[in-house]
Structures are given as C-alpha cells and as structure tokens.
Design a protein around this ligand. Structure first.
Ligand code: GLU
Length: 338
C-alpha cells in the first residue's frame, strides 16, 4: 500500500513538474505558453494569429515563449476572453476596442473595460456586403425583405452590419436577419439559403474567395453615399475603405467596391506579463519585412501606421520596445499611461 502511494505521488510529482517546467533541449527554463484569439479559419485574423505566433516561436530559445492560435467567434469574444484571462492576446477590430474601452455597444452593461491594453494595429478591414446576382441586390436599400446574414454574436461585424443597415434607414425587422458564423456564410449563399451576407474582414480573404467562386454568381455590393458619409462623420473609428475587385476575379463586379471600414488591432490585458508583450512586439517589428510577407492584406502596412487606430492605452511592454526602436514620435500621447 505504502509502495503504491509512493508510486502515485512520484507520478503526480513528475506530471506537475513537467507541466510547469518543459525542458527545451534540457535547458531547464520555464516555458510560457501564450494563446492568441483570432476569428473564423477562413478570415484574416486566423492567419494573423499564425503570423504573430510564428514571429515569437522562431525565437522560442531566446524568450522561452510558445504561442498558439485559437479560432474564435471574433472580436467581441476576444476582448472578453482576454479580460477574463482565458486568452492572453486577441485580434480585435479597432471600433470594438474603442467600444470596449469606453463601455459602449456590447459593453454598455459592464461599463468601460479599462484593463484593456493595445499593442499595435494591423491590416485594414472593410465592411463587406456580398449578394447573389439572382437576389437583385445592388445596394443596402435592396436588403429589405431579403435573407441576410449580419454576423454571429461575439463577432466584430455584427455591429457594423447593424450600423450599415441603420444608416440606410433599415432595422433588423425590415430584413430576414441571420446570425450565423462567417465560416458558414459562403456555403449558405452558394446553396441559395441566404441572399446576402456582411463580413468585416481584410482583403483578400479566403471567405470572400469561397463565396465568389461557386456555382451561384455573386457580387460585392457598394456601401457608400451620403448615408455612409454621415455614419463616418458620426463615429471616430469608421473610415472610407475600398475593396480592389482584382482580388476577387470571380465576383461579377467590374469596378473596385467603395465601403467603410476599421482596422484589425492586437490587444491584451493590463495583467499580461510585461516580458511577453515586449517579446512579441519586438519580434513583429524587428522582423517587419518578413512579417509583411505572411499575408497579402499586410501589403499596406508601415511601422508608423501600425501605431494608429488604437484607443486603449498601450501595454507598458509594447512601450518599452517603441522607446528602444525610436517609434514614440508616431504614438498618440493619450495612449501612454506611465
Ligand atoms: N473582423 C472579424 C471579427 O471581428 C474577423 C475577421 C477575420 O477573421 O479576419 O469578428
């Protein structure tokens, strides 16, 4: 009996120790595991999480950090999971970062989430409306009475879709609204089970490629005009966006598509360890050219514009790197809380 107890104890001890201290090459250093929340696997957040994790994992020996990526419901989920400590980092739309930090939209009930911290921004995201030709939809106004996916709860796009239809004087009651995940929307459109869907996403994205390259002819619909001008004027986080049609050769449009949009940003919580944030920021910026090659939607990135579009204060680990790299002059002073 005693022998059995000792055996069980030693097994438990081995298990506990190995989960705390994973020896890499016998160095005996403690590995910090970090998770990055993204979005649907067919969006751009998922490969973005992959690109960021690749940068840091390349230097696993130096930092003893191993980052992994999780596919999630999207921006709103990511903010909440990061603040709850279920994720270490999240990719989040810039408008959602603003709303969470200021207690708006989904965060009206919880109040301002002041523990949210920004790190950098990434690619631009356009509010993208895509419709089957057969539906006859050529503008947001035509969505009346149609089956339209607005986005799943927990996603960033849901609020953008609501804002887009509201700008044209429509409510969810004027359409047959669906709330399914982005990953399912192209299939539903191609199966003619919906007429259109919204997705706020970087371009090109495999989701929109999938939606445009099936049996059913589809077009990407312009979201522009005076209604959108006033929407952009009203909200500091919205800007004009253009989707180059060349990215989707199978779509039935012939011209670039005008819309509005936001930016993808990389966030964490004030509780996240200084060293982890510093290491990730450093590796992304120090290997900037390599990072840019990891997704075509990063082609417009500059180190300077990756410091724009942020609302929540910068995490001190990121500030440490920006100081070292001489990038502080590009940073809005309101983001610095020291
Ligand atoms: N913007 C979307 C969201 O916040 C995700 C888009 C993507 O995965 O690229 O849910």
């Amino acid at each position: 009996m005693k022998k059995q107890c000792i055996l069980i104890f030693s097994l438990c001890a081995t298990f506990t120790l190995s989960s705390l201290f994973c020896n890499k090459g016998g160095s005996g250093k403690k590995i910090t595991f970090l998770t990055i929340g993204t979005g649907a696997v067919t969006g751009v957040y998922y490969p973005t999480g992959g690109a960021i994790s690749r940068m840091i994992n390349n230097k696993a020996g130096q930092y003893n950090i191993k980052a992994t990526v999780e596919s999630t419901a999207g921006s709103v989920y990511n903010v909440n999971a990061v603040l709850a400590g279920d994720l270490d980092f999240g990719v989040v739309q810039s408008d959602r970062q603003y709303q969470a930090y200021n207690g708006l939209a989904e965060w009206e009930k919880t109040g301002p989430r002041r523990e949210l911290r920004s790190i950098f921004s990434i690619h631009p995201e356009a509010v993208t409306l895509i419709a089957s030709e057969k539906s006859g939809i050529t503008s947001v106004n035509d969505l009346r009475g149609k089956r339209v996916n607005l986005g799943n709860p927990g996603s960033g796009p849901l609020q953008n879709s609501r804002d887009a239809i509201a700008a044209f004087g429509l409510t969810e009651k004027d359409i047959i609204a669906e709330y399914v995940k982005a990953v399912e929307a192209p299939g539903l459109l191609q199966d003619e089970r919906i007429d259109a869907f919204f997705y706020t996403v970087g371009h090109p994205s495999s989701n929109i490629k999938e939606a445009t390259s099936g049996r059913v002819n589809v077009s990407i619909i312009q979201i522009n005009g005076p209604c959108i001008d006033s929407l952009i004027n009203k909200h500091p986080y919205y800007a004009y966006a253009t989707i180059p049609i060349a990215l989707y050769p199978s779509a039935k449009n012939s011209e670039d598509i005008q819309s509005f949009g936001v930016k993808a940003t990389f966030v964490t919580s004030s509780k996240t360890a200084y060293n982890s944030v510093y290491a990730i920021t450093r590796e992304v910026f120090e290997n900037f050219e390599e990072f840019k090659k990891l997704h075509p939607s990063y082609s417009v990135l500059t180190k300077e514009n990756m410091l724009q579009g942020l609302t929540a204060p910068l995490h001190p680990g990121a500030i440490k790197y920006y100081k070292e790299a001489g990038l502080m002059e590009y940073i809005d002073k309101r983001l610095i809380q020291e």
